[in-house]
Write a protein that binds this ligand. Structure first.
Ligand SMILES: [Zn+2]
Length: 354
């Protein structure tokens, strides 16, 4: 017997604050994980990208492939995807994992959601394997998808108009494809509302956040160790029992010589405990470098694999600084050796210093 489920990605609802710990959840059959059956796939899980919907080297094709590469390179897992193409439209029931643009394929999908995954799996609990998983991106939201670097600017007006990162949605759906379910607790890739826990670092890479990374490493153990600590410009939010994420913000203005209180976030994406230093800067632009104005540091920070947290910090604004709009950002000294060249990020909204 087979079952299928349809899991739509919902839209963001905006809310308040909290931090730490993460969890992952996965599909089960009598408590046993339901997973892709690797031997069927000759050790790599085949994903067939639709030629008609996402032509080779189109923006959408490249976004999907970036999400796949982030998973393939995350370490600590035997899971590997192999990219293939399909020109047959990716029909439901062909026992292939297809990535297509929304249309009726013989099964239900939710056109209102940004994307839906349909999973077909055996409910014979001695071998509960996924036969087929088709990811259907919503054609109705095509104009709301963002294919390049995710922009924070319009997040306040999110709702139906986006922008919604196509790559972020692809990463989330790939989590479902390997058996993960939604989370409800913290800055997660598998939060049901787009954009989940958001991208990481100044390049806004959609790296699997600790929930997804831990879940995949649990379901598909193996692989090699990998170090990873990343700065995030997002924070966890919760209101009325609804959880999601939003960008970190700064006070609208602050006077020179006064203190500035803000929140910052980092995630341990690798397989190892990390010890590192964090340096905080004020900058006239949103590219944070060691040439910017150093306003504080946090030495001896650490985190266990799978942890993600938002913390608060207060700095003094130098009274000699020129007035004007400033971004506040942080850089991680990943190897704790004074070379401040790790992941960096700027809080998206600047503050006016007067
Ligand atoms: Zn989902």
């Amino acid at each position: 017997m087979k079952h299928y489920v349809a899991l739509p990605v919902l839209l963001l609802s905006i809310l308040s604050f909290s931090s730490h710990i993460n969890a992952f959840t996965y599909m089960t059959c009598n408590g046993k994980p339901i997973t892709q059956f690797i031997p069927w796939h000759a050790s790599e899980i085949e994903l067939r990208i639709s030629d008609a919907n996402f032509p080779v080297l189109s923006d959408a094709d490249l976004a999907i492939k970036r999400a796949i590469i982030e998973i393939n390179e995350m370490g600590g897992t035997s899971l590997k995807f192999k990219v293939e193409r399909t020109s047959d439209g990716g029909e439901w029931g062909d026992l292939k994992n297809d990535l297509i643009l929304g249309r009726w394929i013989g099964q239900y999908y939710d056109p209102d959601a940004l994307a839906t995954i349909m999973l077909d799996y055996s409910n014979t609990c001695s071998s509960p394997y996924i036969y087929e998983a088709d990811i259907v991106f919503s054609s109705g939201h095509w104009d709301n998808f963002e294919f390049g670097k995710f922009s924070y600017e319009n997040m306040a007006d999110f709702g139906w108009d986006g922008p919604h990162s196509f790559e972020g949605i692809a990463l989330h759906e790939l989590g479902h494809l390997v058996g993960l379910e939604h989370t409800t607790t913290t800055l997660d890739t598998m939060l049901p509302d787009a954009p989940g826990g958001g991208p990481l670092g100044k390049d806004k890479r959609w790296i699997p956040l600790p929930d997804m990374a831990r879940g995949i490493r649990f379901l598909y153990p193996g692989g090699s160790k990998k170090s990873g600590v990343e700065a995030s410009a997002f924070q966890f939010v919760s209101t009325f029992g609804e959880v999601s994420s939003e960008i970190l913000t700064l006070p609208v203005q602050v006077k020179r010589g006064n203190t500035l209180r803000f929140s910052y976030t980092f995630a341990i994406t690798g397989t190892e405990k990390e010890t590192f230093n964090i340096f905080f800067y004020l900058s006239k632009d949103d590219k944070i470098t060691t040439s910017d104005i150093l306003v504080g540091s946090n030495t001896g920070a650490w985190g266990n694999p799978g942890s993600v947290g938002t913390y608060t910090r207060t700095i003094s604004v130098p009274n000699w600084i020129n007035t004007g709009d400033y971004f506040l950002g942080y850089i991680i000294d990943k190897n704790n050796n004074g070379q401040i060249d790790g992941s960096s990020v700027a809080i998206a909204t600047p503050t006016k210093i007067y």
